[in-house]
Design a binder for this molecule. Structure first.
Ligand code: C2O
Ligand code: CU
Length: 579
């Protein structure tokens, strides 16, 4: 069983236990004896089953189980300890066990709430708050049912409630607020004046575009979705003038995967101010990474990218040989882009398909009709990629795969989630059952280039209640905090930095660090066994633990966030900062 399914199973069992205890208590209060006893038996079994899931989770990694061991387990023990013996004595009047059963229900429910709302790391405040809730609810139920609480119980309740009040408030106060992110500086990009310059102008505006035969409202660069394809040759200087015609939320250009100088990175509030309607901003950087990239707005990025403010950036090492096709996949107003394209290709012509996922969720790509190799991922060439047939690839949000093959005499077709997007002739194949390539075991290995690491960080991804804003929100969190309150990762120039990303939530988080490619070291404790993988976007699935590393060689303040852009805006963004 994977840790992801274990997390889900544990949640379901916990929910079942809580519901059965509460139901049993209610049935007992209503003097429905068989019903009450049946539910209590289910509750007891479910509570005991959690001993197994919690132990297994703790073995998979402490991050997955901390609050369950510290808070849920003691509360479950109390539940069984209080309700169990009373049930065994099987009282003549079933109503006598109503309060103990309800107590068990409150105990298991409040532990469940701690997991759902608070998560990792476990804190004493959360534990006490949970206990206080249980005590209060039990006292109220006892009153309502006319049971007399014992004096010790009332005393314990008072002490716990007092302690909870004191430490629980710690939950609502930021411990040490993250250092303020600097704002609004527009450095001129110096020192690159004589090289050949590729100049482009991108004008952002609202418009209507054709998406799969229907006119839909969009936000677009130069009135097209995707925006114009920007191409350059290694060594060129790229100069892009960004204008905003009428995008009220502001626009910027972020060069996804391109490790530009910090002041060209296009993150509003961090590296520049958002470009407002009527304003412009000029980006300049040297194109010294070859490969497949893309650009997108980083202002109100979730809605901005979704509405169409993105485009392709390709930097080639030299003149194109053979056929070089970009396939930026996107969902615009519920319609899949791009429109299917068919072109005849002479047999023997080398073809490169640059697959780009510009959506916020993973897509599945399947190339039928030919053997192929994955030549590059996230713009970086792989080492010794072998030939693949009838194999699909999963590309995370923001990620890119370059696949190459020599055109056969017969048709070839590329399917994205089962839909033909590019083909060289008629070919219908069902690709849904194909195995999926694991890039961590593909290609030829090479040793990790660093003997040691200067800094280590761990990011635990979860969901939780964020009470620090004006209104409480159910945020996507990193180490129990949401954006603005997540302490930055502070490094020094030249450090070799290792960080682990742990996903203890129920959903995939495509991770994306700006300004650096990270080398994948291991996943779930298994060292990467294929070509070195230098990624800027990778899916961390529920229950997974990724270990990656990079050299801190690009000073500045860099966003480090989930590329499900809705998650990024709902808290899952932090920063990498050079001291
Ligand atoms: Cu492609 Cu911070 O994003
Ligand atoms: Cu996410």
């Amino acid at each position: 069983m994977t840790t992801g399914s274990l997390l889900a199973a544990d949640l379901v069992i916990a929910l079942l236990a809580a519901a059965a205890w509460l139901g049993g208590g209610a049935a007992a209060a209503a003097r429905r004896r068989p019903f009450a006893l049946g539910l209590a038996a289910v509750a007891l079994l479910a509570t005991l089953a959690r001993a197994i899931t919690i132990t297994a989770l703790a073995r998979a990694g402490w991050w997955f189980a901390a609050e369950k061991v510290f808070i849920a387990a003691p509360l479950a023990l109390a539940a069984v300890g209080v309700a169990g013996p009373r049930l065994l004595r099987a009282p003549g009047d079933i109503r006598a066990v109503a309060v103990p059963l309800l107590f068990a229900g409150y105990a298991t429910s409040s532990a469940l709430l701690v997991t759902i709302l608070h998560g990792y790391p476990a804190s004493a405040g959360a534990g006490l708050l949970a206990v206080a809730g249980v005590v209060a609810a039990t006292a109220i139920s006892g009153r309502a049912l006319g049971a007399r609480p014992s004096r010790t119980v009332s005393r314990v309740a008072l002490v716990v409630a007092g302690a909870a009040l004191v430490t629980g408030t710690g939950l609502t106060v930021a411990p040490d607020a993250a250092p303020a992110v600097p704002h609004d500086h527009g450095y001129p990009a110096a020192g690159i004046s004589d090289e050949p310059t590729r100049r482009f102008t991108l004008t952002a505006g609202t418009t209507t575009v054709d998406a799969g035969g229907r006119n839909v409202a969009a936000w677009a660069f130069n009135a097209q979705v995707p925006g114009p394809e920007l191409t350059a040759t290694v060594g060129d200087v790229v100069e892009v003038t960004l204008r905003n015609r009428d995008i009220g939320r502001g626009v910027t250009l972020h060069w996804h995967g391109y490790d530009v100088p910090n002041d060209q990175d296009g993150v509003p509030g961090v590296t520049q101010a958002a470009v407002r309607p009527g304003q412009e901003f000029v980006y300049r950087f040297r194109a010294d990474q070859a490969g497949t990239y893309w650009y997108h707005t980083h202002s109100a990025s979730d809605v901005g990218v979704r509405m169409g403010l993105y485009g392709v950036l390709v930097v080639r090492p030299g003149p194109v040989t053979g056929l070089d096709v970009t396939v930026p996949v996107h969902t615009l107003a519920g319609r899949p882009l791009p429109a299917p394209r068919v072109e005849q290709v002479e047999a023997g012509v080398p073809v490169r398909l640059r697959l780009i996922n510009t959506d916020s969720t993973t897509h599945r790509y399947a190339l039928a009709g030919t053997a192929f190799r994955v030549a590059a991922i996230d713009g970086v060439d792989l080492r010794g990629p072998t030939s693949l047939v009838d194999t699909a690839v999963l590309i995370p949000a923001g990620g890119r795969y370059d696949v190459v093959f020599d055109a056969p005499a017969t048709p070839v077709a590329l399917f994205v989630d089962g839909r033909a997007v590019y083909s060289t002739g008629p070919l219908s194949t069902v690709t849904g059952a194909w195995p999926v390539l694991d890039p961590l075991g593909y290609g030829a290995t090479a040793p990790v280039p660093w003997p040691r690491f200067d800094k280590t960080f761990t990011l635990v991804l979860d969901r939780g209640l964020d009470l620090r804003g004006l209104l409480p929100r159910y945020a996507h969190t990193v180490n129990g905090a949401a954006d603005r309150d997540i302490p930055p990762q502070v490094v020094r120039l030249g450090d070799v930095v290792r960080f682990s990303i742990v996903n203890r939530s129920q959903i995939v988080h495509p991770w994306h660090l700006h300004g650096h490619h990270v080398l994948v070291l291991a996943r779930n404790g298994e060292p990467a066994a294929g070509s070195p993988l230098w990624l800027d976007s990778f899916d961390v699935r529920p229950g997974e633990v990724w270990e990656v590393a990079f050299r801190a060689d690009n000073p500045g303040m860099w966003a480090n966030h989930c590329h499900n852009l809705a998650h990024a805006e709902a808290g899952m963004t932090l920063h990498l900062m050079y001291s």
